[in-house]
Ligand binder design. Structure first.
Ligand code: SAH
Ligand code: SF4
Ligand code: F3S
Length: 477
């Protein structure tokens, strides 16, 4: 049953995918050898950036670099950066100050800026940050060996070319900071939406989808290595679309999900992020068919007001969004939905802010990521609209949103008291080595006392006895 894929004509079976697995030779062949150079990498921003750092680790492994957690002993210090809000960039600048001290003590060490800030600021970063030797954009990581070579010769190197094709499909990521149970898989890169507030289309370039076989092969390989959960990543997973160059067969996101879920019933599949304008009922039906596709959808609304949504260029209005939530409730009655919210976008009135509050209430989100609007240079909103909501109002509205969401999250969790969930054990709980933590299908963190014989990567049935707004507490039954 798990070897073939009934819904995908022309798509290979999982066994065929594994046999043809050119993708997954172990690329850290140099690991453990003495005298190797060491790199240190810090990642900021979204999961895609963390996933990219694992691609970078693989490329560096091929030229004899091994990862270290200790910046003081590294020969190459990398920071994979985020530009999404001003604060994200400030954080990176602060870390660069800290690296200055390290570099003084290790004169040969090189410092490289990767990711979205590298792409946004390009050569300017070299002028602004004197300690930086390398500036490398998200589509240029294959050029790292060459760029590092140049930097070793004393040049300051920049490659910020964006690509229409690069998906790093053939590179087997080296899992950094891994719990050995859950892993991210990038299924696409870039974004073709032009949300007016957002810098991502500029820093990540055009949207492109990765070879479906390479995705399935990566998931199958992870499963064989003991991983039990994969999260398929993209800025807008619903527009995933890959055409097999040999057969012309086109794989959409629903089919990719189906294919990944078929690898093994014990391999959980998650995904992020869904876009309300593109999320189809077909995807929801595939989720309903597979127990191992987690019943959790991150469906960012941004605002509950249709005029603001239009200014944001989200290309849906409130009625459309509500329709998508109704479809989820109908097809997946037990699914949890979470959201992203921006407060104080250009010209937002108090009434329009109230619409966001009522949206949060109506949608009954299990949780949300909440931000106040931060104008980003070069975006549509920065060019077209005045950033006219004073910061204290943006922050006050944000606090109201946070207060409401926290109350709703608590209420959402309280409804779980007395229920029993299948939890994938991820490891020790943060607070006590006597407890395990793991998630249920709805992506809620569950903490429970350990039981002899059970270990991370295994499933436990946990009955919920208590809750906070962030974590469920229970006992194995
Ligand atoms: N592709 C995802 C979002 C990626 S960015 C989507 O479309 O949903 C993650 C979140 O950061 C966004 O959903 C938005 O809520 C927030 N964000 C993006 N740009 C922002 C800005 N300029 N100011 C404040 N928040 C922003
Ligand atoms: Fe940014 Fe919109 Fe693309 Fe998300 S969908 S990355 S918010 S432009
Ligand atoms: Fe940040 Fe770039 Fe991700 S701007 S949110 S790291 S795509």
């Amino acid at each position: 049953m798990y070897d073939s894929n009934p819904t995908l004509e022309g798509i290979k079976t999982i066994d065929e995918i594994k046999q043809g697995s050119v993708f997954f030779k172990d690329q850290m062949s140099g690991a453990g050898q003495p005298g190797l150079r060491k790199f240190y990498i810090e990642s900021y921003g979204c999961q895609m950036n963390f996933s990219d750092s694992e691609i970078v680790a693989s490329i560096l492994g091929d030229i004899g670099y091994v990862a270290t957690r200790n910046v003081e002993e590294s020969d190459l210090i990398l920071i994979n950066t985020c530009s999404i809000r001003e604060k994200a960039e400030e954080t990176v600048r602060k870390r660069l100050r800290a690296f200055e001290t390290v570099k003084k003590e290790r004169p040969g060490a090189m410092v490289g800026i990767l990711g979205c800030m590298a792409e946004r600021l390009k050569k300017k970063l070299l002028e602004e940050e004197k300690l930086v030797d390398l500036v490398v954009g998200p589509d240029a990581y294959r050029d790292l060996p060459n760029l590092i070579g140049g930097a070793e010769d004393g040049d300051r190197m920049v490659n910020v070319l964006l690509s229409r094709e690069e998906t790093y499909a053939d590179i087997s990521p080296v899992r950094l900071e891994s719990n050995g149970v859950t892993a991210f898989i990038s299924i696409m890169r870039g974004c073709d939406n032009m949300c007016s507030f957002c810098v991502v289309p500029f820093t990540r370039g055009r949207e492109r989808s990765r070879d479906a076989f390479s995705i399935a092969a990566e998931a199958a390989d992870l499963f064989e290595k003991g991983y039990r959960e994969v999260t398929l990543l993209g800025q807008n997973v619903d527009s995933y679309k890959w055409e097999n160059p040999e057969t012309g067969h086109v794989v959409n996101f629903a089919q990719l999900l189906d294919m990944t879920a078929n690898i093994h019933p014990d391999l959980r599949v998650r995904f992020s992020t869904s876009h309300p304008k593109d999320m189809t009922d077909e995807v929801l039906h595939v989720m309903a068919r597979h127990e191992n596709i987690c019943k959790y959808i991150h469906l960012p609304v941004q605002s509950g007001n249709s005029r603001i949504l239009e200014l944001m260029n989200r290309t849906y209005d409130r009625a459309w969004y509500e329709d998508r939530i109704r479809a989820i409730r109908r097809i997946l009655p037990d699914a949890a939905v979470s959201s992203d919210i921006i407060t104080g976008f250009c010209t937002e009135t108090e009434e329009e802010h109230q619409d966001t509050l009522s949206m949060i209430e109506w949608a009954n989100y299990s949780m949300s990521y909440m931000f106040f609007y931060s104008e980003r240079p070069g975006t549509l909103a920065a060019r077209k609209y005045a950033d006219d909501i004073p910061e204290e109002i943006k922050k006050r509205r944000l606090n109201e949103v946070i207060r409401l969401q926290t109350a709703i999250s608590l209420r959402h969790n309280q409804q779980d008291i007395g229920k029993t969930f299948k939890v994938l054990i991820e490891g020790d709980s943060r607070k006590s080595a006597a407890d395990f933590c793991g998630r249920n299908t709805q992506n809620k963190m569950v903490v429970f006392p350990k039981k002899e014989g059970l270990k991370p990567g295994e499933y436990a049935m946990v009955k919920i006895r208590d809750t906070t707004s962030a974590t469920l507490l229970g006992d194995i039954i």
